[in-house]
Design a protein around this ligand. Structure first.
Ligand code: ADP
Length: 246
């Protein structure tokens, strides 16, 4: 199976410091992957490069069946090409309903014109209901986003990202601050989403990574230190040294 995203030998320096140092990474079109690594390992910079926020000094970032170079596209074009990014803090419109938040996300995706000129069609209303269902908020569509729990806000934002029909979702610490029940639901959601698209979860919380039960990529000093199952990578002496300093 060919990769959806292939990052090949990228490096980037900030003031002479190599934050990413010859990183290669690839992910298939329907795969769940956890990316872990100590603070400063380069996880955020990696996501910044894939989404076009930061340009690497060298290397290639190839996308899709025809291996388009993402480095030729700007952030908006990369998002339109199918890369969605979920930041750690949910950024939903708190005073709008769940349905309106999802509708706005659909509008932003569908209409080349300002949101003002977009009329919701029956299809878009149906799609909003579908998105709410997909992220476990079917019974909450009339509620104001501000009234949702922290976990529900995170799912709403994932629903808003799904409105863009991403083929790759980059998700930063999705379970941070969630209750145990919400973490379980988030695990189920991410696994389900990864059945039909690539999902990369950047995560510190090893308990959550274990729940995801997927291939893990360990970053260290801007490169891949180890890759495989969580059990496999946590037995790796280099990984143990990086995490435990022994
Ligand atoms: P992580 O997300 O794994 O904690 P980052 O990608 O945020 O790691 O950072 C990797 C390294 O690059 C860190 O040492 C960080 O201080 C440095 N870094 C990241 N962004 C910048 C920047 N814009 N300017 C200077 N240094 C940066």
């Amino acid at each position: 199976m060919s990769a959806l995203l292939e990052v090949d030998g990228i490096s980037v320096s900030f003031d002479g410091f190599k934050a990413i140092n010859g990183l290669s990474f690839s992910i298939g079109p329907a795969e769940l992957r956890a990316v872990i690594g100590p603070n400063g390992a380069g996880k955020t910079t990696f996501m910044d490069i894939v989404t076009g926020k930061t340009r690497p000094d060298e290397g290639r970032v190839l996308w899709g069946e025809s291996s388009v170079s993402l480095l030729k596209l700007n952030e908006a074009q990369i998002a339109r090409a199918g890369v969605g990014r979920k930041f750690q803090r949910p950024t939903v419109f708190e005073d709008q309903s769940v349905a309106d938040n999802l509708t706005m996300a659909l509008k932003a995706n569908r209409s080349p014109f300002p949101v003002l000129f977009w009329k919701p069609s029956p299809q878009s209303r149906a799609r909003v209901a579908e998105l709410a269902e997909e992220v476990g908020l079917a019974g909450q569509t009339a509620r104001k986003a501000g009234e949702l729990s922290h976990g529900q806000k995170q799912w709403l934002e994932i629903g808003m990202l799904l409105a863009q029909e991403p083929r790759l979702l980059l998700v930063d610490e999705p379970a941070a601050g969630m209750t145990l029940a919400e973490r379980e639901q988030t695990t189920t959601l991410l696994k389900r989403l990864a059945e039909t698209r690539a999902v990369v979860v950047v995560e510190h919380d090893m308990d959550f990574v274990r729940r995801l039960d997927c291939k893990v990529t360990v970053l260290h000093q801007g490169a891949v230190l180890a890759e495989g199952s969580l059990d496999h990578v946590t037995r790796n002496p280099d990984v143990i040294e990086v995490y435990l300093g022994r």
